[in-house]
Every structure is written in C-alpha cells, then in structure tokens.
Design a protein around this ligand. Structure first.
Ligand code: GLA
Length: 356
C-alpha cells in the first residue's frame, strides 16, 4: 500500500582530502555537512489514466511536469529530477505519480555537492512514497551503495557530468563527527573519527560558479583514461610512479597528482587518528598545490580565496570538489579568529527520511 506523503533530507559534502581520485579507483576522505536538500513528495492520482510527476523547485521558483513512464530528457535542475525518476523505474523500484517539492541551503555550483544532495533526497522520497509495505512496517533496508551508483548514473547519463561516486556516497553514508575513508576500487567505506576539538573547518565561496558539465572536468577524466591506456593499467590506482613520470605532458602531471593524492589521503587518516590536526592542515595545502600545478583545476578566484584563508592564519587550505570555481576549505587552529565571509562546517549525519 503506497504512502500518501514522504520526505527526505540529503546533505551536501565537504571532501577533506582526496580530490579527482574517485573516478581513478583511488581514495578520498569526505564528510557530510549540515546543509543539504529536503525533498517532499505527495501521491498524485493518475490523470486521464496516466501517472505523472509534478515538481516545484522552491529555490528556483520554477516548475516541471512529465509522465512517470519514460520521461524525456531536459537541462538544468529538471535533468536531475527526470533522471532520478527514470533510473529508479529502470532499477525496478515501484514508483507512483507524485507531486514533488525540493529546496535547501547548499548553494548550487558552490562545490559542496548540491547536485548529489538533490539526487539522493529525491530518490529517498520517491522510493519511500512508492514503497508497498504499510506505513511504519519494517522493510528491507535500501542498499545505499546501489543508490549511490544509481544517482551517479543520473549525473553521467542525464546531466552529462562524468562524475564518480564521491559526492553520493558521502551524502548517503555521512555520520556525526566522522569522515569516510572511501576506497573507490572496492567501494569499502571506513569511518574515521573527525574530532576537531577547538579547531575549525570553514568553507569560503570563491564567488565563481562552477558546472561540471561545462568545465574541464570531463576533459580531466578523459586525460586520466588516456594515461591508463598508455601505461597499460586498468586505473591510475595501479600506476607506478616512475612510469607516470615518463608519460607525455600533461598526462604525466595528471597521473602524478592522482598518485600523490591517494598517498595524502592515507597520511590524513593517520594524522586524524593521531589527532594531529596541524599535519592535516599541511596535507590540505599540499593537496591544493597539486590540484593547482599538476591537475590544473584552480582559477584566479579560487587562488584568491585560498590566499585569503592562509593570510588569515589558516593551518592549511585547498579547493574542494571538481575545481574551476566553487568553494575552498580552510582549517583554523584554536584561538585563530575566523576571517569574514567564511562558513564553519562540521561532519553531520547522512541522508535520512523525515517524519511527515
Ligand atoms: C566532483 C565530482 C566528484 C569528484 C570531485 C573531484 O565533486 O562530482 O565525483 O570527482 O569532483 O574529487
């Protein structure tokens, strides 16, 4: 018996370290943040015998409407909603016609994974609305890794961004005071305590919007694939440092970033376990230097934002997410006053259903 209403919240994420490693079967260390997207769904009776989806995007003040079965493609936020509905149906989840509304407080294009938060919140709300067990009855737990995979297909095939699964896994598996060490070869997730004490993690918006579809993101991904072909390895996780140094430019720099970044993730995990936040700060800055010089995904606006945090006394700072704009992350030692315009971030719970 389907429900009448459902609602779900999915958080955005900050990636502490491990950037552009997810689609290279590498390692990353993200955490879910308090900000996110809430999606609410209400069952909509079929109209003229056809189940339909109606959507209101409250942050945009815009609407969309489409058939539940085989929705046509679209652009912008509509691609996420249509893609989520289509991929859930294709995967065999029982869906019903619905009136959806979503909105939240993760800025779109700010590098904090508003897209993954949107996909995950919509999927959880739609699956819950269509669930065919009585409300309140125990039912099989959703396979969250499968759901992350499905959401990545929405990005890849409906939105046109060839992203990995970093953002979706962080949103789905986040937990309070915890970072997630994700191994993208096996999709194993190891919770790592992120005890900040009086240290503070902050984000600062570079002011430059980024889009994974139009930025150099897909090009970087293609460069990594080419590097693997030349090295004869299935992924850059298997690449040897010496061999990577012998690649033609700029593939050598791309591969060297990935190899170094995987190592920095392990070092950051060790530093967190040792509660050595000073060392974490140094790793953040080293990651940024590599993203700027080897992976070449920084911009003038991002550099200015990183410089502001460092000038204010940050123990380390770096761009977060795909780059080409978006936000930067800074770590501040106890007692260092935070500069104006930053937003403090803390690791919070992962995506969950809300009481209606
Ligand atoms: C974006 C993508 C992720 C990941 C990061 C870079 O956030 O959505 O899959 O590739 O960039 O680490």
């Amino acid at each position: 018996m389907p429900r009448e209403r459902s609602a779900a919240f999915a958080p955005g994420r900050v990636n502490l370290i491990g950037e552009h490693t997810d689609y290279n079967q590498g390692l990353a260390l993200p955490f879910a943040i308090a900000e996110g997207i809430t999606a609410r769904a209400r069952a909509l009776p079929p109209q003229a015998g056809e189940a339909r989806i109606e959507v209101y995007a409250s942050d945009h003040g815009e609407r969309d409407e489409f058939p539940l079965c085989d929705p046509p493609g679209a652009t912008g936020w509509r691609a996420f909603v249509r893609g989520a509905v289509a991929e859930l149906s294709r995967a065999g989840y029982p869906l019903v016609g619905a009136c959806l509304e979503f909105g939240g407080d993760v800025p779109a294009g700010g590098g904090l994974s508003s897209s993954a938060a949107l996909e995950v919140a919509l999927c959880l709300a739609l699956v819950e609305l269509g669930a065919d067990t009585p409300p309140g009855a125990p039912r099989e737990a959703l396979d969250r890794t499968e759901l992350a995979r499905l959401c990545a297909r929405v990005e890849n095939e409906w939105v046109g961004a060839r992203t990995g699964m970093l953002d979706q896994l962080a949103s789905l598996y986040g937990a309070t005071d915890t970072a997630l060490c994700i191994d993208f070869r096996t999709l194993a997730i190891e919770p790592v305590p992120l005890r900040l004490g009086d240290w503070k993690l902050v984000v600062l918006d570079s002011g430059e919007r980024h889009s994974l579809v139009s930025s150099g993101y897909n090009e970087r991904r293609a460069e990594c694939a080419r590097a693997c072909e030349l090295l004869g390895v299935p992924s850059l996780r298997d690449a040897d440092l010496r061999a990577a140094e012998g690649l033609p430019e700029p593939l050598d720099r791309r591969a060297l970033h990935v190899i170094g970044e995987n190592r920095r993730v392990l070092e950051a995990v060790a530093a967190l376990r040792a509660e050595d936040l000073r060392a974490v700060g140094e790793l953040l800055s080293a990651s940024h230097a590599s993203l700027r010089d080897r992976y070449e995904v920084s911009t003038d606006a991002v550099e200015a934002a990183v410089a502001r945090l460092l000038a204010a006394g940050a123990a380390g700072a770096r761009l977060v997410g795909g780059g080409f704009g978006g936000s930067v992350l800074g770590l501040f030692a106890p007692g260092t006053p935070l500069p104006a315009g930053v937003r403090e971030v803390r690791p919070g719970p992962g995506a969950h259903l809300l009481e209606e």
